[in-house]
Design a protein around this ligand. Structure first.
Ligand code: AHR
Length: 508
């Protein structure tokens, strides 16, 4: 707190125009200090056979929104609007009991199975060929998570052959027989889901998982050496998640290209400031996992990189199995989703994929009724970042008044990321003001290059943190305006509980 008071005084002395009633901060941008290239896979998503995500979500032949394949046109359009780069499928927990052969061939002949992950009936109407139709319709890359719970090595490697081999083998010929002679070239393959969690079918300890996954990985890569493999990393943040990641990275290091991590946030204590500090844990997970990756790469003289795939994240704490995870999002959740994205950008050198869980109805940015789609509040931060944040992530100096949230100390009120899109000669500054009640008057200084005279400012805010959207009312959506910029230094007042994206042309 002391540092914050001194900063306020200094800012007030040097910039007498600032209003002493507001909290104060400073953001310094330096386009020469690059963190890393931003992978467009950071703007990924996830569709699981769970509740109304697949059936009654992306796929519903009975809806008047359905196209000739049974997929909803409104969902396809809203997914394109989100610029989703990669879609993970078929789970999640569902993947740990899924046998992919159930979902190919004549749809009328496919078995109905009991899914033990969610206690539902799985009709197998959407399988591999249907999923491929959907990802192609939305212009995303497919990412398939194989069953390393109840599944076998053969099932995993046969699935790769079905998707990626030229005809001439049993499973690629089966694909051709099912109407798809050309290989799909699915590049991203997950080696199981959350095997560290006791809730998982086929839960194992880290040694057993990595021994099992290693053999699956070998066979899958022998089936198609061009695929990229993602190990099942931490999702269960008890005492030994670090050991889990270390063991998995050590044992699978030669086969994997990514380690997956998952994290969900919830305002369990109805304590706004504590909820806003949740991304400190996200930073810890990334920092520790990056350290472990570095340790393993140095220890074993690995030449290839291993990255983090943050392939499940979101706010999730209100809707569980009894209401099929149909979480309704508010303004407060917009801030948390934006902070996840800020974290991923601040670690763009190591986080190379991220997938919001999930796409539609189930903890999702969009919801559908039988014939209408509506956008939840969290659709908009995702859309803003996926549309604009391309290029290189920049180190940003933020001097902001801080607060303590219980054990979490010195949380800055402002959470910031910045991006240089060299192609468009654009600087993008993303700022979350965590403070529920006070604006933060901020001096923004650009160190190198010359800023244009006009900026575009897009912001999301609402009177109440609890404001939500609904099928009949779109209360929360971004507002965009232009703003004059006096030079390489300007001041901006970030309103209470807001997300702001400032976009300015820059001449390097
Ligand atoms: O996204 C919902 C569930 O959360 C996924 O099935 C599982 O991987 C995670 O625990």
């Amino acid at each position: 707190m002391k540092a914050g008071i001194i900063l306020s005084l200094l800012l007030f002395l040097f910039f007498p125009a600032v209003n002493a009633q507001n909290l104060q901060a400073k953001i310094k941008i330096d386009i020469e200090r690059k963190i890393g290239d931003i992978d467009s896979l950071l703007f990924g998503n996830f569709t699981e056979h769970l509740g109304r995500c697949i059936y009654g979500g992306i796929y519903d032949p009975s809806s008047n929104q359905a196209n000739s394949d049974g997929f909803r046109k409104d969902v396809i359009d809203a997914t394109r609007g989100l610029r989703v780069s990669v879609i993970r499928w078929p789970g999640g927990n569902f993947s740990s009991g899924y046998h992919w052969m159930d979902g190919v061939g004549d749809a009328a002949q496919r078995p109905v199975r009991k899914d033990l992950a969610w206690g539902d009936s799985e009709p197998n109407k959407v399988g591999t060929d249907e999923f491929m139709k959907f990802v192609r319709a939305v212009h995303a890359e497919p990412y398939i998570c194989v069953n390393l719970g109840t599944g076998t090595w053969d099932e995993a490697r046969n699935w790769v052959e079905y998707c990626n081999a030229k005809t001439g083998f049993y499973f690629s010929d089966l694909r051709a027989k099912n109407g798809h002679p050309e290989p799909y070239h699915v590049k991203f393959w997950g080696l199981g889901n959350e095997i560290d969690g006791p809730w998982q079918m086929g839960h194992r300890n880290a040694e057993d998982y990595s021994k099992f996954a290693l053999e699956a990985a070998k066979l899958m890569k022998w089936s198609d050496p061009s695929i990229r493999l993602i190990a099942s990393g931490s999702s269960n943040y008890g005492a030994d998640w670090i050991d889990w990641n270390r063991t998995v990275l050590t044992n699978l290091r030669d086969q994997i290209d990514y380690i997956s991590v998952h994290h969900y946030s919830g305002n369990y204590d109805r304590d706004h400031n504590k909820f806003m500090a949740i991304t400190r844990q996200v930073e810890d997970i990334i920092n520790v996992t990056e350290g472990l990756i570095n340790q393993v790469r140095i220890q074993y003289k690995l030449k290839k990189p291993i990255y983090i795939a943050f392939d499940e994240y979101n706010v999730w704490y209100r809707a569980f199995n009894e209401n099929k995870l149909e979480e309704h999002y508010n303004m407060q959740d917009v801030l948390v989703v934006a902070m996840y994205l800020n974290c991923f950008l601040r670690h763009a050198n190591i986080v190379k994929m991220a997938n919001m869980a999930q796409l539609v109805n189930v903890i999702a940015p969009m919801m559908v009724t039988q014939d209408k789609l509506w956008l939840q509040t969290i659709y908009f931060p995702l859309q803003m970042y996926a549309t604009n944040c391309h290029g290189q992530s920049l180190q940003t100096l933020v001097e902001s008044v801080t607060y303590d949230a219980g054990d979490i100390k010195d949380v800055p009120w402002l959470d910031v990321s910045s991006v240089l899109n060299a192609g468009n000669q654009e600087l993008i500054i993303n700022v979350v003001n965590r403070n529920a009640n006070q604006a933060i008057e901020t001096i923004i200084q650009n160190q190198f290059g010359v800023l244009d005279k006009t900026a575009t400012v897009t912001s999301i805010n609402a009177t109440n943190l609890s404001d939500e959207n609904s099928p009949s009312e779109q209360k929360i959506r971004p507002a965009t305006r232009s703003m004059e910029i006096p030079g390489n230094q300007f001041s901006y007042i970030f309103p209470p509980h807001s997300l702001t994206m400032i976009k300015i042309k820059i001449k390097p």
